[in-house]
Write a protein that binds this ligand. Sequence first.
Ligand code: AMP
Length: 218
Amino acid sequence: MRVVFLGAPGVGKGTQAEKVVAEYQLAKISTGDLLRAAVRNQTPLGLEAKGHMDRGCLVPDSVVIGLVREKLTELSKSKGFVLDGFPRTVPQAEALSDVLDGQGIRLDRVINFRVSREEIIKRLSGRRSCPKCQATYHVDFAPSGDGTACDRCGELLVQRSDDQREAVEMRLKVYEEQTAPLISFYEQRQLLSHLNGAEPVEVVYQELVRTLSVYHAA
Ligand code: AMP
């Protein structure tokens, strides 16, 4: 199974990707996670990406495409995969098609998660994460036991710099301008399914599994 998860930040792509890769034993390629790891490890790529990420802007296509190309080449022959947060621009989608064509494989489906703007702002501004084990929480919907420390490893939770109000507004603007055009890109290729991401996590997941079972040949 080879799928792309599309949608604005905060629609739940990462949460659903975690669940689906565990159930179907797929590889998850999250460009956000790869970039955050590069920033933490202070690699040259991470140093280049950090400023863009903190402001809520996209990291340049050439950097992200290079990162994903490497991962896909490692993975795509052996396993299915979920791409979470990539592609985010039309040039990235074209580069993805080229890489997959080059390997003689194709996408089964692109899932577009839809959530209202107010709900996204609520979700992102209340999100807290663990800088050590990357677990995520929400101050209202999924707080940690004591509200300040990670339940898994005890580290003090932080708010991602790009989950602060100004960066969230910028990320939503960038999504509308640069990522939303991918909806028609994949619609034209008859690969797109829409899901209501505002439902509870388990309801969205059941709908996701149902959709994937329709399009993924057994
Ligand atoms: P995410 O965790 O997917 O919301 O990504 C966090 C940040 O990483 C984004 O706001 C961008 O700055 C950067 N990023 C992640 N994926 C991409 C991508 N495909 N293209 C460009 N920048 C990206």
